[in-house]
Each structure stands twice: as C-alpha cells, then as structure tokens.
Design a protein around this ligand. Structure first.
Ligand SMILES: [Fe+2]
Ligand SMILES: [Fe+2]
Length: 390
C-alpha cells in the first residue's frame, strides 16, 4: 500500500503545481451536507463478494438521475441503503424506490428495494432498506447519457481493436477463469472506448469556450490515450479468450448534447474528470501494485500514469472555467465537489475467481477498491477542489 500512498501524494502535488496552488493538510471531508459512502467491506469487516455491505447516503441530488437497469451487464449486490426521513414516517419499500434510486451513484442502477424500513445502524435516524443494485460502471471519464454511462455493444471475433501483442500467463487457468478474465477486460475496454468520445466532446467544448491551445491539445492527446487504453484492454481480453474482440458503433458519441455554458462544462468536469479520472488513476495504481502477471502489470502501470495526467487536465479545465466564468462557475464547482463526496462511484464488479488469481491478473476486491476511492477523495480530490475554489 506504500506505493499507492506515494502515488496519491505525487498526484496531488503534481496537480497542485499545475494549478499554482498550495495544498493544506488533508482534513476529514465529511461535512458540507455530504457523507462519504463507505460500506462494511471498506472497513475490512465484510467479504469481498460485493454483498453484505451497507451504503449510507444523505441523498444529495444526482446530476444524472437514477439509471435504469438493463440487466445482464453488471454485478448484482445487496446493500443497506439509508435515506433521510422526509415525512412523518419512513416511506414503504415501494415509496422508497424513487428516493433510494436518486441517492445512488452514477454507476449503479436500482434493481429492487427488498426489505424495510429498518432502523438506521448509525443512529442518525435515517430510513434504511435492503436494496439490490446492479453495478454497471468502471471508473474513468465516462460518456454520460441521461440514463447513465454509455458504452458500445461488444462484437466477438471481430478484429481491429485487440491486436496488441500481449501475452498474459494463462497457464493453469481453467477455461472458465480465462473467460471471466476476458469479460473483465472487455468491460474495461468498452469504458475506455467510450472515454475516447468523452474527450473528443471535451475538446469541442474547450474550443467553443475559447480555451488556450494547451488545453485543447491536451484533450485531444487524452482521447488518443484512451484509444490506446481500449486497445490494450481489449487485447488482454483477446489473449485470455483466445479470439479477437471489438466494440461496435457508439451512436451516443453523436447524439448527446454538448452542453452550452461554462457552468455545465465545469460541473461535468468535476464529476467525470476531477473525480472519475483521479479514482481511475488510483484504482489502476492499486491494481498494478498487486498484479503479478508482467503483461497485466505493465498495462495497468501505463494506464495509471495516463489517468493521473487526465486528472490533472480536469483540474486545469476547472481553473480555466472559473477564470473565464467567475463566481457563478466557482460556486457551481464548489457544490459539485460537495455532491461528489457523497456519490462515490461503485468499483468494478468481482470476477468469479479465487482472490489470488484475480489479483495476479489485475483485479482488486471491491471493498479494497472502495477504500482506495475514499482515500483518493480524502488525499487528492477534495484538497485540490478546496484549493481551486478558495
Ligand atoms: Fe483510460
Ligand atoms: Fe482517462
């Protein structure tokens, strides 16, 4: 974990230097109406299987609204979710569906509110329910549609995106284990592929708002990084599966509105870039630290470095937007950081593999990933966000 700590410190210092700000010592960032989402796995009391934890949130508003479960994509997990009591008594399971769905992060959709209301274990008088969610998101810069992150459908056996000569060690892996690892890298590859569109859209927005050449160029370079990440991830998937794989078309790249104002650009940059890219960098760093397979480790180390640069770009975009738009943008950015503290994205689902095999091939248990997200918010995102709006 020492490597991860150094990675977070270096990332915070690197962005602070790019912004020309001085970081205060990290302080607890619970407050300002936001409550950090930590489940029992994060504190080491739960298993790594994704079930049995609890999510506590104060139901701050989501910028994207609840996502509809399409089914078949993500991993189902059961959590204890807690929302404020807005009436005389806690809503029934049926009535709680809307408020609970609104409280979820951008990477989860609500399958069902199963049992409740139940007593709040934290003693804060919240209304709590056993819920089932589907996790459908990897961290990184998502291509956000109204109903959540958009990714292309995958096409098996199609060439064009998985020809990088990567040879992870598959000796001793069962056919099921190889397929599980292929699926894990396909999911990552599709999110990386969607990030290409997200950065292309950012470059257009920066041009529209008169940003400097360095920002426009960095956005285009980041899009090319994401092309590389998609190719590397899908090449690993192809190596595990023994057959090529590629994304189909991604029509959302054209159909989503770009957003008109600097406030919209800044708020989306907080969620997708400052938070999403920082957490992606920290997660890839943790995965690389644990991966014993040389090919996987090399890919993840490179991705962590690139995502750190993308996080820096996000904070530079925020500095530009605040300088150009003044107080309204600064206030919106401050609100967006506070909201983000209460809506950490869900880590990627667990592949159905023994923990040591998953770790060797680049996976971190969800509880550890959540804990890493909390540390990244505490050590990197929130101190930088506070310095930015100070
Ligand atoms: Fe990426
Ligand atoms: Fe990225």
């Amino acid at each position: 974990m020492v490597v991860s700590l150094i990675f977070r410190k270096k990332l915070a210092q690197r962005v602070a230097a790019a912004l020309g700000v001085t970081l205060a010592a990290p302080v607890a960032f619970v407050g300002c109406g936001a409550k950090v989402v930590v489940d029992s796995e994060s504190t080491g009391t739960g298993g790594a299987g994704g079930a049995g934890g609890s999510t506590t949130t104060n139901a701050t508003s989501s910028s994207t609204g609840p996502m509809e479960c399409e089914g078949g994509w993500g991993e189902l997990s059961t959590f204890l979710a807690c929302i404020p009591d807005v009436g005389e008594s806690c809503p029934s399971t049926q009535e709680a569906y809307g408020p609970v769905a609104q409280s979820l992060d951008i990477c989860s959709c609500l399958h069902s509110v199963d049992v409740g209301p139940k007593p709040d274990p934290s003693g804060n008088g919240l209304c709590c329910y056993d819920i089932t969610i589907e996790t459908v998101c990897a961290v990184g810069r998502p291509l956000l549609a109204e109903d959540g992150p958009a990714v292309a459908p995958v096409e098996a056996a199609r060439r064009g995106w998985s020809e990088e000569p990567l040879t992870p060690n598959v000796e001793g892996l069962s056919a099921e284990a190889r397929e599980a690892l292929a699926e894990r890298w396909i999911r990552d590859g599709l999110f990386e592929h969607a990030s290409v569109a997200a950065f292309s859209r950012l470059a257009l927005a920066l041009l529209a708002h008169g940003a400097d050449e360095s920002l426009v160029r960095a956005a285009h370079e980041a899009a090319l990084d994401e092309v590389r990440h998609a190719r590397l991830s899908l090449s690993l998937a192809a190596a595990y599966r023994g057959a090529p794989v590629a994304p189909r078309g991604l029509p959302e790249a054209l159909s989503l509105p770009l957003g008109e104002g600097l406030v919209e650009l800044a708020v989306s940059t907080v969620v997708e870039g400052a938070v999403g890219e920082t957490l992606a960098a920290v997660l890839a760093s943790e995965q690389a630290e644990r991966a014993s397979d040389p090919a996987v480790r090399q890919v993840l180390t490179g991705i962590a470095e690139d995502e750190a640069r993308h996080a820096e770009l996000a904070f530079r975009v925020l500095a530009f937007a605040i300088a150009a738009g003044g107080a309204p943008v600064r206030d919106a950015v401050a609100r967006a950081f506070r909201d983000a503290a209460g809506h950490l994205p869900s880590p990627p689902p667990e592949p159905p593999l023994p923990a040591e095999v998953a770790a060797a091939h680049g996976h971190v248990p969800r509880g550890d990933a959540r804990a890493a997200f909390v540390r990244a918010m505490h050590d990197v995102v929130m101190p930088l966000g506070r310095a930015l709006v100070a």
